[in-house]
Structure formats: C-alpha cells, structure tokens
Design a protein around this ligand. Structure first.
Ligand code: SF4
Length: 689
C-alpha cells in the first residue's frame, strides 16, 4: 500500500476532526482531503508529502490565475483547491515532523513515537459521544504512561505493533457484575463462582492463544536482567495454555466452548483454537484426533441472530430480499419506492435476454454527429479506432459518455513502474538518444554509443524517479537493470537497421497543438465514395529507406503477442501501422515538395530483452483498410455499442468495475442469434485478419 493510503484511510474513516479555522468552526469534508491525497503522486516516504502537496498547491494557484475573467467560477474553484491543499500541508506538517527519524540501524525511539501519536490523538481525534471522550482519555493516559517509562529504540514497524498492542488492551465503558446484565470476564479471572453453565467464547486459533509480542515497556532482555524468574514473551504462550487448562479442569457442570468460524472483517473462514482440539481428544478418547476429525463432529455454525429474526431495518430488508438461493421475488412496492433498484432490475433482465437492447449499449436514437464521416469536427486517433474494434461499449463509455475511472495514483509494493510508465520512459529515452546522434550526423553504433545511451537513460530514470518514487531501492535497482537491457537491445537493433536506412523524424506529432504549425491540422483520410475522416497521431519514427521511399515505425515495449507477422489488422485491433502509413505519406509529400514520397514499410519495433528487437511489418492493404474503417464507422453510425464478447478484451480495460462479470457471456449469447442483425458491423470487423 502506498504511504498516502494510510492518511486517506485515517481521514475518510471519520476518526479525525479536520477544521481549517478553529474560530469559524468550519469543517473540511474528509472526501475533499482524501481526493487531494489520492490525486497527489506522493507514493512512498513521508519526506515527499509536503513538497508534493506544495507543488500541487502552486499548480492550482497558476490554474486559477490563467483562467479568463469571464470564467470566474473556474478560477474560484482552483483557488478553493489551492486553499484546501495548503490547509492539508499545515495539518500534515506537524504530524509528519513529529514522527521520529530512524537511526542508522532503522530503529526509532519508542518514547518519541508515543509523543507523535499523542499529538495526533490530542489534536485531531474526533469525539462525538461520551464513550469517545472516555476512549480518547484512556488512549492518552496509556501513551503518557509508556512515554514516561520507556527509553527503548526498536524497528519502526515493531514500534507500531507495540503501540497497537497497548491500544488493543484498553477497555472503556465497562462496569462490575450487575443483576440482569451479561457479565463477561477474562478466562484468567473466571470459573470461581461454581455456576452450572460456563461459556467460553473467542476460542478461535487467531484469538487464543494468539500472537505473542514482547512487552513494549519492559522487553524480554530487561525482564531477564531484573529477575530471571519473570515471565518472558516466549513463556507467555505456555502460560496461557496452562492457565486455560487449569480453568477448564476446575469447572463443574456444563461447559460450552465456542469460536467464530468466520471473520467478517477479513471475509474469510476462521478455525478453532488448539484448546478445542484438545478438549475433543479428551471427550472422544482419540488422543490422535486431527482438526479434520474435530470439524467432522462439529455441527453447522450458528449465528448470534436466530434464523428469521432481524436486528434492524437493514437486516429486515436483506432477509426479505435474499433467500437461500439468492435474490427472492421482492414485493413490487419496493421497486415503486426505489426507482434506481427497479431500473437496475430492468437492465439486468434485458442483458440476460437474447436480444440487443439499450442496456447492451444500443442507442435508441443514434446521432449522425457521432460518425466521423459526417462530423467535420471529430478527430480520430489510432487508439480510438482500435478501441471500437476491441470493445464498442468501452469506446462509447470513454469517448462519447466520457465516463472516466477515478484518477488515482496507485503504487504497488513490489513494482516501481507499471507497463505504461515503463513504455513512456523508454519512448523518451529512444527519442532523446536518436535525436542527439542524428543531430550530429551519426548512425547508431553499439561500440560508440553505449555510454551515451546509458547516460541518457540515467537522466530519464532520474526524472521519472522524481515523479514516481520506487517502493524500495532493491526494486528500483531490479527494474533499472531491465531498462538498461532494453536500451542495449534497442541500440543493437538500430545499429543493424540503420545500415540500410536513415532515421529522419522522431515522435512526430500531427493534428495536435504541439505539432509544428504546418502539421497542426489533422490529416484527412479518404474512405471512398466521397467520404473521409480526420485523423491525428504521433509517429515514433520515420526513416528514409531509398529515394522517395520511407518506413514508419512505432516502438512497442510490451508483448508482441497481438502483432503476429501474418496478421494485417488483427480484427481491427492493430490499425495504427496502416493509418500512419497513409498519414505519413501526406506529411512527407508536404516536406519533400516533389510529392513523390511513398511509405513502403509501416510496422512495429519491439526493442525489449524479451522480444529481442523484433520488427513486425504487416503487408500494406489500403483497400481493405478503407473497408474496415467504414465497417467501424457503421458501428458508430448505427449506435450499437455492444460490449466485447471476448474476456481477453476486459483484461486491461478501465471499465471492469462498471461491467458485471457476466457481460461477455451475455454478449456471446446475443452473437449466437443470427437474427440480431444490428451487430453485423461488429461481426464484420472480426473477419479482418
Ligand atoms: S470490461 Fe470488457 S466489456 Fe466492459 S467495457 Fe471493458 S472491454 Fe468492454
């Protein structure tokens, strides 16, 4: 979990009171604070918080000042964001500053750690009831106690565990035994009243005998130094088992041992403690009985709520709706009261039919302006077109409805860069390196340019590291090795390739704002019958292979699986090479002036260790491409944005949370129905290999 996730949990968990101004008593919504943290690329390490948040505040400030006067509302919006970011800095800074620094061994002072937690609890712990107040006081007292008594230093995570252990031991709102009350006591004090029935709860393996952690105030070593007869942590387990065995053997009457068989927080099964197994062995007389034998004799687990009884209104509705076999037939009045539920039910039922309905992405009134052949303002990119071919529904969500997943910086504990980040780092490297050597009139040479590509890589890596912190040095070094290898493979491949060609252009944009003035307009791609559409892109490489003859290349840093040599379009999922060939010809005609420039090769270069610098150049077939593009635009024109029927398409999709699990299954069924003619354009796409 990235370190920014902890404060997000703390803030959104409702445990803190966040007031930017004590006098006004105004509160800042936790979701606002969490959003700022979520959007920030803090990643790992407490030292990155303040500098990253300051950069964010500055960028909000400059966005506010860049907005025209007539967009005052937007300017206010950014000013508010800046104020919130600055408040977050002022709130987090003292907390972060108070966290003790690790010493050379990675240890921290437990006393300083207590002071840090004490400050956080004193200032921000939310008190909304008498019990909260009591809990806050107890926590503070316990922390004060440890602070006053300990001088220990210990590893950072152990310090957290120690404080956690102490906090878990705090009890509030309890009283002594009273008539009419259920009295619960520890097994250490129980069993002395001679009652006929004794119930021992909490006998799951996790709880009893449980984990053994050293006493935070007096560690084992210190205990031993005081008196060798004092109980140290390793003996506590034995002691616990001995104490419960003594208790159980002293009881008379009936004994019930129970354990929780399901952990609702972790959503997983839990298992009985060894103490229950021992009891079973004694009762059954089978001293070798195993856990399996024990589980076989136990009856079905029972809950604290008898079947049919409901505790509150939510329970009532859940039991009314859900039966043993899933959703029951609910009362129609429920749907009348909750139109959202009713709509959801309708959508689900429609998706489960054989027909293609509006719940499968079919527009009831498709608009001509969605069709790039009809709309002169609509500029398409290769990835947009490939998206229609992969999953029309994903295209509909992304480019028409503009539904975007929550932008969140997600960092993994065992990875520095994800595939996309690694790809863009390598693209940066290849472009910088090629620009530099071709600027000097040189061609790539492994012997001559290895130090240059490696030093360029160092610079690019540093820039990425500043933006995206690695979770650890070991992981960083491991990924760096992969990048160095990719740089070497690239250089080797280019040395061979450039013997027969001259690289000319690198990362050449057209149809975008950052393109050179002459190429800022999108390229018009003809589609026959007087039709055409506008196209924009960014070509990684244009090489001259002979007079007026060129090659267009796109660097791919992922797997070459979807780019098999014999596949020209891969069912419309690989269109970029074919489109860039046409676009590059238009561009080259402008550059060459002679108008003779033709693109003879257009394809993909895989300069990674795994793909060993493989080059995939599919055959060029403009006629087929035009047919395929028209079929794609027919999907858009008819407004049938059906989801993909192939699970593979969903693997790396941003909308998996939005599409239910059975989406591809449902669509497959609809595809099998010949009568569903409206999906013919999508069926047709699949014939273009
Ligand atoms: S999850 Fe699958 S079906 Fe849903 S939009 Fe993505 S690719 Fe399409």
């Amino acid at each position: 979990m990235p370190s920014s996730a902890y404060p997000i949990q703390l803030i959104t968990g409702g445990s803190l009171t966040i007031k930017p101004d004590e006098k006004t008593n105004d509160l800042i919504a936790p979701t606002v604070m969490a959003r700022i943290l979520r959007d920030s690329p803090i990643g790992w390490g407490k030292e990155r918080y303040i500098s990253t948040l300051e950069k964010m505040a500055e960028s909000f400030k400059s966005s506010a000042s860049e907005i025209d006067e007539d967009r005052e509302d937007r300017s206010d919006f950014y000013k508010r964001k800046e104020a919130n970011a600055r408040f977050l800095i002022s709130m987090l800074k003292p907390i972060l500053d108070s966290i003790p620094e690790k010493d050379g061994k990675g240890d921290v002072s437990l006393k300083d750690f207590c002071i840090s937690v004490l400050g956080l609890v004193s200032q921000y712990a939310r008190v909304s009831s008498e019990l909260d107040g009591e809990a806050k006081l107890a926590i503070k007292e316990r922390l004060e106690e440890i602070r006053g008594m300990t001088t220990k230093t210990l590893p950072f995570n152990d310090a957290i565990d120690q404080i956690d252990l102490v906090m878990r031991g705090i009890r509030i709102g309890h009283s002594g035994p009273a008539p009419g009350c259920l009295h619960i006591s520890s097994y250490l004090n129980g069993g002395r009243s001679g009652r006929e029935h004794t119930y021992v709860v909490g006998c799951d393996a996790q709880t009893f005998p449980g984990m053994i952690i050293q006493n935070p105030i007096l560690l084992d070593e210190e205990l031993q130094a005081i008196d060798r007869n004092l109980v140290i942590s390793s003996e506590i387990l034995k002691e616990k088992l001995y104490r419960i065995a003594s208790l159980l053997s002293s009881l008379r009457g009936y004994l019930t041992l129970s354990f929780s068989s399901f952990d609702i927080l972790e959503n997983r099964e839990s298992f009985p403690s060894s103490i229950i197994l021992q009891v079973h062995r004694l009762i059954s007389g089978n001293l070798n009985a195993s856990y399996t034998d024990l589980m076989n004799v136990l009856k079905l687990p029972s809950g604290y709520i008898p079947p049919g009884m409901t505790l509150d209104i939510s329970d009532f509705w859940i039991t009314s709706f859900i039966g043993e076999h899933g959703l029951k037939q609910p009362d129609p009045s429920v749907f009348a009261c909750y139109p959202g539920l009713s709509q959801g039910k309708k959508a689900r039922e429609a998706r489960e039919t054989d027909r293609v309905t509006e719940y499968d992405g079919k527009l009831l009134e498709p608009a001509a302006e969605l069709d790039p052949r009809e709309n002169a303002d609509l500029v398409m990119s290769a990835s947009m077109l490939e998206k229609i071919a992969t999953c029309p529904y994903a295209y509909f969500l992304n480019y028409i409805l503009k539904v975007r997943p929550l932008e969140e910086v997600t960092l993994e504990e065992d990875t520095w860069l994800d595939a996309m980040q690694r790809g863009s780092l390598l693209h940066d490297l290849f472009n910088r390196f090629m620009r530099e050597i071709t600027g000097k009139g040189e061609k790539p040479s492994l012997k001559k340019h290895l130090p240059l590509i490696e030093s360029t890589l160092e610079i690019v890596i540093k820039e990425y590291r500043d933006k995206i912190p690695p979770p650890s040095e070991a992981i960083f070094e491991q990924e760096k090795k992969i990048l160095i290898k990719a740089a070497q493979v690239f250089l080797k491949t280019e040395e061979i390739r450039c013997k027969t060609c001259t690289p000319l252009f690198f990362e050449f944009p057209f149809g975008y704002k950052d393109a050179e003035a002459e190429f800022r307009d999108p390229v018009r791609i003809p589609l026959g019958a007087g039709k055409s559409f506008l196209f924009a892109g960014r070509i990684d490489r244009i090489d001259r292979i002979a007079e007026h003859e060129y090659a267009v290349l796109d660097y791919k840093t992922g797997s070459a699986y979807a780019y098999k040599d014999h596949l020209c379009f891969n069912k419309g999922k690989a269109l970029q090479h074919a489109l860039y060939a046409i676009a590059a010809e238009t561009i080259l005609k402008k550059i060459e002036k002679s108008g003779k420039g033709v693109v003879k090769e257009s394809g993909y270069l895989f300069p990674t260790e795994k793909e060993t610098g493989r080059l995939v150049i599919p055959d060029r077939d403009d006629k087929k491409l035009v047919e395929l593009l028209n079929a794609l635009f027919d999907i858009v024109r008819t407004g049938v944005f059906i989801p993909s029927d192939k699970e593979d398409s969903c693997k790396f999709c941003d909308y998996t949370e939005l599409c239910v699990e059975s989406v591809t299954e449902n669509v497959e069924r609809k595809f099998e129905q010949e009568k569903n003619r409206e999906i013919d354009p999508f069926r047709k796409i699949k014939t273009y290999e």
